[in-house]
Structure formats: structure tokens, C-alpha cells
Design a protein. Structure first.
Length: 191
């Protein structure tokens, strides 16, 4: 079977413009885990490329949340790094990844997800409007408390554990990711 490889100048110019626009868009987004993050891709499609989020990706897969986080959203995901998961004991993490504990893992992961597209300036505005602390209702039923510490957004879970947003405003086709340095847990769960 012979393929037609003839390009018109117009088609070549269009293809070049698309590639340049795609690369430009990725350059406007922060790099995460050494990888370009493309606003045209979903949360999961970008997360799998981040070397800093392999544990999160494995947990999302184990919890059967890939399809959810690939859906239209919009979602704001507070994405813990591998180092954040490293603060959890290896035994506890292995137990969470066990299929028998899928419900608990789903709850923990969805306590990092908000059903909205909230960029950092919007979060900072809500914090200011609420007098310094803004409650953040998550899909998992947790309420995180957001406050400013200098120019940094800090989240506190229902157990009093705090996480800082280390990379903000990573745009996705179905929302935004804010990278955090600690895993947030539902009330009563120890880490």
C-alpha cells in the first residue's frame, strides 16, 4: 500500500502552527517533575509524565479514579509529590494500595480534589474575602482550610496536618493542578 506523502505549503504551515502553539502553551505552564505540562491534556495525561508523581499515579490507578480524572471536570487537584507520600509509613502506604482498601484510598485521593477550576489567585481572593482562612470542600467529603503564609497557599486537613502549594496553576484541559508537599487525610485517619 503506497501512502501519499505530498504536503501542500498550506498544510505544512498549519501543522507547524499547531506544533508551535502546543509547545508555546506548554512553556506557559510550569514544569512539574521535570516534564512539560500541556493545557490541552487532562490531569491524568499530564500527571503520568511527572517524575515527582509516580506514587500518586499508581494510587489513582489502584483506586480506579483514572476515568474520573480524565473526564470533563472541571477539577482542581492538590497533587501530593512522591516525597509527600514518603511521609506515610511504607506499611501504611502498601496497605492503602491493597485492593481490599480501595474505598479508603478513594476517599483519601478525592480529599485532594475540588469540583471547580480554582486558580491560585482565586483561592487567595477567597482567603482574603473570608478574613484569612477559607474552607475548601472536596469531592471526598473533607474540608480543607486554606490560608496564606506570605505569598504561599497552605492547606490544613481535618487532622491539623498542613501542606504548602509548591507549584501552582498548572492548567489542564479539565481543570488545574496545584502541587503540594504533604498528603491530606480525612478526619481521624493517621498518616
Amino acid at each position: 500500500m503506497k501512502m501519499n506523502t505530498t504536503f501542500t505549503l498550506g498544510a505544512l504551515a498549519t501543522a507547524t502552527a499547531i506544533l508551535v502553539a502546543g509547545n508555546s502553551a506548554a512553556q506557559d505552564n510550569p514544569m512539574v517533575g521535570g516534564a512539560a505540562m500541556f493545557p490541552s491534556k487532562t490531569i491524568v495525561e499530564n500527571a503520568v509524565n511527572s517524575a515527582d508523581h509516580t506514587t500518586l499515579v499508581a494510587a489513582v490507578q489502584a483506586a480506579d479514579l483514572v476515568d474520573t480524572l480524565n473526564s470533563a471536570g472541571p477539577f482542581t487537584v492538590f497533587a501530593p509529590t512522591n516525597d509527600a507520600f514518603g511521609m506515610i509509613s511504607e506499611a501504611s502506604l502498601n496497605a492503602l494500595l491493597d485492593p481490599a482498601n480501595k474505598g479508603q484510598l478513594q476517599q483519601i485521593l478525592t480529599c485532594h480534589v475540588v469540583a471547580a477550576n480554582a486558580m491560585s489567585d482565586a483561592i487567595a481572593g477567597m482567603i482574603a474575602d473570608d478574613g484569612g482562612t477559607h474552607p475548601v470542600e472536596t469531592v471526598g467529603g473533607c474540608t480543607l482550610q486554606a490560608k496564606m503564609q506570605g505569598s504561599e497557599i497552605v492547606l490544613t486537613d481535618e487532622n491539623g496536618r498542613s501542606a504548602s502549594v509548591t507549584i501552582s496553576d498548572v492548567r489542564q484541559s479539565n481543570g488545574v493542578i496545584h502541587v503540594i508537599d504533604r498528603v491530606m487525610l480525612p478526619a481521624g485517619q493517621a498518616g
